[in-house]
Design a protein around this ligand. Structure first.
Ligand SMILES: [Zn+2]
Length: 73
């Protein structure tokens, strides 16, 4: 479970997800973007609202945008 990156409190509430786009090495001539989900949490302890990178926790949610075009008809 996520915890606050500021005060390490586990007393956080979820604010849904955002997406972080990371450009990687090109695939052919097309730029390749990794779309990595990040979770938004609000801390009840210190009031901070932060994005928490969960790419290590949920690697299956990764998508590779350029690759999807080749995979889908
Ligand atoms: Zn906090």
């Amino acid at each position: 479970m996520a915890c606050c990156p500021c005060c390490r409190s586990k007393n956080v509430i979820r604010h849904g997800f955002a997406e972080r786009w990371i450009q990687t090495v090109p695939f052919g001539f097309k730029p390749v973007w990794l779309v990595v989900p990040v979770q938004r949490v609000g801390c009840r302890n210190c009031g901070a609202v932060r994005l928490i990178d969960i790419q290590m926790a949920e690697p299956r949610r990764w998508r590779i945008k350029a690759f999807e075009r080749y995979a889908s008809p």
